[in-house]
Write a new protein. Structure first.
Length: 106
């Protein structure tokens, strides 16, 4: 018998690990992007912090939305490729949501 056969968190372990690592990478990426983009615009510290906060909110909301949408389908073991896919998905999550919607049937 599997140690977590009846445990829902055990079944979601690949998705939890994937979204957790992707979120960690995305936080670092958001900090770098916030600093770089605000610096290009000639922004001061306030501009960098504001942009970082917006980007951080964006990826955290994306992590929640993606986890809710795809966690039950994530069954492959964690790999660098899977984490990379989660990172990219965190940054383009609105496009993924829009592409997943189907028009109502007549």
């Amino acid at each position: 018998m599997n140690p977590g056969e009846n445990d829902p968190l055990w079944r979601l372990r690949h998705a939890l690990a994937g979204v957790g690592l992707a979120l960690l990478v995305s936080v670092l990426l958001a900090a770098w992007l916030g600093s770089t983009v605000a610096g290009l615009w000639g922004g001061d510290y306030h501009a960098r912090v504001t942009l970082y906060g917006v980007l951080l909110l964006y990826v955290v909301v994306g992590a929640g939305v993606l986890f809710a949408k795809v966690a039950r389908h994530e069954t492959e073991p964690l790999s660098a490729r899977r984490v990379g896919l989660w990172v990219v998905s965190l940054w383009v999550w609105p496009l993924l949501l829009l592409s997943g919607r189907r028009p109502p049937s007549p």
